[in-house]
Design a protein around this ligand. Structure first.
Ligand SMILES: CC(C)(COP(=O)(O)OP(=O)(O)OC[C@H]1O[C@@H](n2cnc3c(N)ncnc32)[C@H](O)[C@@H]1OP(=O)(O)O)[C@@H](O)C(=O)NCCC(=O)NCCS
Length: 175
C-alpha cells in the first residue's frame, strides 16, 4: 500500500513525544538497535537527542517515522554520517522507510557529508538490508556475533556504506 501524502520535515518540539514513542517501540522489539534493559532513560534520550538532527516522515499531520542523522565518528571521522531510521510498526511495508532513506541521503549531501555508514545492520533485519541495498548502499563487511539478541544469542551485523563524493544520481535522473 502506498502513502501518497507522505512528506519529510525536521522534527519540531510538538513531534518529540510521538517520535520517542516510535523509538521506544523499536527499542522494545530489541532486534535492531543496541538498547537493552540496562539502558537508562537518560541514555536513551541522549542517544536520540544528544547530537545530530532528527527528521520525521509525516502522513498528513501524523508522524509515522523518522531518522537521526549525525556524524558517524567525531573529529577526523565527522565527515561521514550515520543514520538510524524508525517506522511505526503499524505502518511498515508501505514505503515510508524508502522515503526516509531517500530524504536522509539528500539531507546528508546538503549538510556536506562525504558518505553514510551504518554500523549495525543486524543480518536478520532483512527488510532494512534489502531497503538499503536497493537504494545503493553496499555491505562493507559483516561483524560476527556483534549483536546480542533478546534471548541471549549473539548474531552478526553488517557495516553498510554509501559514498557521496560522486555526482548526485537523483539529480542526473531528473535532468
Ligand atoms: C527497516 C525499516 C525502517 C523499513 O521501513 P518500511 O517502511 O517498513 O520499509 P518500506 O516499506 O519502505 O520498504 C522498502 C523496501 O524494504 C524491503 N522490505 C521492507 N520490509 C521488508 C520485509 N519485511 N521483508 C523483506 N523486505 C522488506 C523491500 O525491499 C521494500 O521494497 P519494496 O516494497 O519495493 O519491495 C522499518 O521496518 C523499521 O522501522 N524497522 C525497525 C527499526 C529498524 O530496523 N531500523 C533500521 C535499523 S538498521
Amino acid at each position: 500500500m502506498s502513502t501518497p501524502a507522505l512528506g519529510c520535515r525536521r522534527l519540531e518540539d510538538r513531534d518529540r513525544n510521538t517520535f520517542l514513542a516510535l523509538a521506544r517501540q523499536v527499542a522494545d522489539e530489541g532486534d535492531s538497535y543496541p538498547f537493552d534493559d540496562e539502558t537508562t532513560e537518560g541514555e536513551f534520550l541522549d542517544y536520540w537527542f544528544g547530537k545530530g538532527e532528527i527528521r520525521v516522515a509525516v502522513d498528513g499531520d501524523r508522524v509515522v517515522g523518522g531518522y537521526l542523522i549525525k556524524p558517524n565518528q567525531p573529529w577526523r571521522g565527522s565527515h561521514v554520517a550515520n543514520v538510524g531510521y524508525v517506522v511505526d510498526r503499524a505502518m511498515r511495508g508501505r514505503g515510508i522507510g524508502r522515503v526516509l532513506v531517500r530524504d536522509s541521503i539528500a539531507r546528508a549531501r546538503e549538510i556536506g557529508y562525504r558518505g553514510i555508514q551504518f554500523n549495525l545492520v543486524v543480518v536478520s533485519n532483512v527488510g532494512a538490508v534489502r531497503l538499503y541495498e536497493s537504494e545503493g548502499f553496499r555491505i562493507i563487511g559483516t561483524v560476527p556475533g556483534i549483536f546480542r539478541v533478546k534471548d541471549g544469542r549473539y548474531t552478526d551485523a553488517h557495516v553498510m556504506h554509501m559514498d557521496l563524493t560522486g555526482p548526485d544520481e537523483a539529480d542526473s535522473e531528473q535532468a
